[in-house]
Design a protein around this ligand. Sequence first.
Ligand SMILES: CC(C)(COP(=O)(O)OP(=O)(O)OC[C@H]1O[C@@H](n2cnc3c(N)ncnc32)[C@H](O)[C@@H]1OP(=O)(O)O)[C@@H](O)C(=O)NCCC(=O)NCCS
Length: 230
Amino acid sequence: MSYFLIVLAALLAVFALKLALLSVLFREDIRAAQKRDPAAKSFLEIVLLYPGLHALIYYRVAHALYKARLFFPARLISQLARFATGIEIHPGAVIGRRFFIDHGMGVVIGETTVIGDDVLLYQGTTLGGTGIVTGKRHPTIGNSVVIGAGAKVLGNIMIGDNSYIGANAVVVKDVPPNSTVVGIPGKITKQDGRKMDTDLDHARMLDPIMQAIEEIQDKIEKLEENSRKV
Ligand SMILES: CC(C)(COP(=O)(O)OP(=O)(O)OC[C@H]1O[C@@H](n2cnc3c(N)ncnc32)[C@H](O)[C@@H]1OP(=O)(O)O)[C@@H](O)C(=O)NCCC(=O)NCCS
């Protein structure tokens, strides 16, 4: 019995040590999660239960291996992370400080993606390529950008600092700083705090030629009616 208690105490000590080490090494990232998620109740909850944080920890290790050109182990860790968290971050991606993925499931971040500081992603976000091209083919995300649930940001494009990408938007063109983008394809609805005029929807604009033809038709009908009366 006492042997069992010693083993249990040793395991608990190792666990506590691991927890303390993670808390020190990833303090900034844990604080970012605490700040960004109003549902987060405690430090311990984030460290133990947040897949976004776990994926980031795996990524930081995998990225270090990738930079040391240990591509296979790097990829192996990223696939283990995907299995454990549902989040796939290619070890070649470059991710800044205080990065947070909320909920996480279904997030994919491609190899040549570059992400600035203080970026928040929600579940289902894809930072991907548009086809089979080589070289820089994934987006560059500025600082303090928020990307909503299910949004797809595709190709070698730039999302400017402090921008919001709406849930389920598909963005395939550069976005200037301080913008809000929604819809498919993504349209800017707000920039520098001002609402943009999105009424100019070409699909719904009146066709001037059709208008002229309809006017002529009306006139012919009136003339025919008048001639019948005479
Ligand atoms: C885009 C977003 C950032 C809101 O920005 P906002 O500047 O506050 O925008 P508003 O709420 O004032 O909406 C502006 C217009 O965009 C529309 N809109 C807002 N979000 C949209 C979206 N994701 N897709 C399509 N249209 C959207 C609104 O209906 C509104 O249209 P209107 O002007 O015709 O009435 C926000 O709606 C969003 O999508 N955030 C992502 C949050 C998320 O993913 N949460 C997941 C939690 S689990």
